[in-house]
Write a new protein. Sequence first.
Length: 490
Amino acid sequence: MEGKNYINGAFVSGVSGNRFESRNPAHFNEVLGTFPLSSERDVNNAVDAAKTAYDGWRRLSRIKRGEYFDEFVQLLKKNHEEISRLVSKECGKGIIEGRADVTEGIHMVQYTFGTVRMPHGDVVDSEIPEKDSFMRRKPKGVVAAITPWNFPFAIPLWLICPSVVEGNTVVLKPSRETACTANAIAEYAHKAGFPSGVINVVHGGCGDLLVRHPDTRVVLFVGSCDVGSEIKKIVAGFHDKMSACEMGGKNALIVLDDANLDIAVNAAIISAFKTSGQRCTSASRLIVHEKVLAEFERRFVETTKKIKIGDPLDESVFMGPVINEAATEKIARYNDLAKKEGAEVLLDGGRLTGSEYKKGFFMSPFVYRMENNPKSRVLHEEVFGPHVAVIPVKDIDEAIAVHNDTDYGLACAVITEDFRKVKRIRDDCEYGLGYVNLPTIGAEVHLPFGGVKKSGTGLPSASTLIDVVTHRTAWTINHGKEIKMAQGLT
Ligand code: UN1
């Protein structure tokens, strides 16, 4: 397909004429689409369109704005399977996960529509009986949304939906790896009839321009810590711009001495290898009590060996390819580094080269055992691939200390039958998403989604983004015939 930017309700070519390709990571010779490498003029056009549309859009009632989401979701539901196949083809996740990505995006749109007839703000008492006070939310203006390739459908909708329903307008800059899926979002938004300029999409190499643009009021970002940190630095230079960045993890699943090992092994497989370990919620550390270590390790390795790796459109495939050549190189580098840092290798994952794999970026699971060590890079840095450490611990205190011995703090899961231990994990581990007897992945859109430490600033994404994309205003009315002041003022 010949993809275009979506600006002011029209699909338009980039000004420079330069283009990039989006390819299928399972068959890298297959070009799925080409898209504009957008320049400053394209970004200015998109931001201008969003700025112009803002005034009319914010003046509609919130309920009226919600109607567009109803139309949008009906179209998405009708085309669920087609979009899912595109997602799987373009980012490499197995089709069951491709469908879940689309379902998650649809849930975000449904949630958004569902909120518009709900109470929205607060009634606040005043010391003065003649006064009524309210907390009323106001939109902020143009929102820039910069999104990753690993959830190419759900994450753009996490960011677009709360922004737009509150009366803001959006310019989305999706990952270059998944431009076709972003294009599909633009097409369905267009068909749903959102007014021109309310949702805009600019492709390729222009995120920085969008962040620096003086008319973008809010920058929403989901992606790596390095990029997020740059964004925060740039945004800090503006007095009236705000950012919410969701950035990676070095998540852990803790298996305690009383764990149900069926649940533990299943949760570990899902946490480590779904999406080939390329979720910000994936677990790359399995912190296991020494009492159950041997049995857990044996069963985990045995099950991992049975994982089917292959073309993501094959229904029986558990793990598809990783996203690109650079990802295969990065994962291989970390696998080697683990050996250099003294890992006891349990499964030596590497790039798969057989006939069905040679045209894609297929990596197999790398599993190793390693004592926690504050100096180890592999136990502290995010790998974003099927690379997982088993870290033995002697008790729950050590499990908590090891869990927190990372700069990140996104998802944490514990496998135990003991509710007292659950409370210790809940209160003493540092995380944004906590799970008991579950994997570290699979959050639902109506929950807060936000990490601590290097994972984020605690500012949530998804449904609770409302606090980032709106300004909470205080509005007070005097029903009396004279002015009476609070705090004893006369
Ligand atoms: C991500 O990997 O950036 O909780 C998002 C989950 C998904 C979202 C992952 N609902 O695993």
